[in-house]
Design a protein around this ligand. Structure first.
Ligand SMILES: CC(C)(COP(=O)(O)OP(=O)(O)OC[C@H]1O[C@@H](n2cnc3c(N)ncnc32)[C@H](O)[C@@H]1OP(=O)(O)O)[C@@H](O)C(=O)NCCC(=O)NCCS
Length: 148
């Protein structure tokens, strides 16, 4: 099976992005405000994987990492996450934060570590994902940059 490369998404990709996120129970409400923070992988014209990197001063929020159920277990989430972490690193960001309800173990395997909410910088807690869209029960994780 040939899959397309990771591409930057645009406004015209939003319907597919929002469908993919919604179908996998991830928030969509703030995607249209910032389509340029999202990247994805297409397969025969269908968006099958995506992820976003939301800047927050010298940090970033890795968010909206999602893979269509039919394409899971092939390393696509790892590819997208590594790509986005690499971008954050090359931009000189000092840490990547993320929130997840269901995939904390997944991201710990990628090198993230749990962090308590009181230790999360204000620039991150002020994002809409953090302050309004993700439930309080979501786990918060961090990876400091540059990677060792
Ligand atoms: C989590 C998710 C992105 C993983 O996508 P994926 O492309 O299948 O992941 P990869 O192929 O890179 O990795 C697969 C491995 O991760 C493991 N894994 C998958 N989901 C996991 C989870 N929620 N918790 C722990 N491990 C998980 C798989 O068992 C597999 O392990 P193996 O390599 O030992 O067989 C996908 O399941 C998904 O879209 N979930 C719904 C959305 C979500 O929860 N996103 C995260 C919050 S932003």
């Amino acid at each position: 099976m040939s899959l397309d490369a990771i591409v930057g998404l645009r406004s015209s990709d939003l319907p597919q992005l929002e469908n993919l996120l919604h179908a996998n129970r991830l928030p969509t409400q703030d995607c249209a405000e910032q389509p340029e923070i999202f990247y994805g992988i297409y397969n025969h014209g269908a968006l099958i994987a995506a992820g976003g990197l939301e800047p927050a001063e010298n940090h970033v929020l890795l968010r909206s990492v999602v893979v269509h159920p039919q394409f899971r277990g092939r390393g696509l989430a790892r590819r997208i996450s590594e790509f986005l972490i690499g971008r954050a690193e090359s931009e000189g960001r000092t840490a990547v934060y993320l929130l997840t309800e269901t995939a904390a173990n997944y991201f710990e395997n990628l090198g993230f570590a749990a962090v308590s909410r009181e230790n999360v910088p204000l620039s991150i807690t002020r994002t809409r994902q953090f302050s309004a869209l993700c439930p309080d029960s979501a786990s918060c994780l961090v990876m400091t940059l540059p990677r060792q």
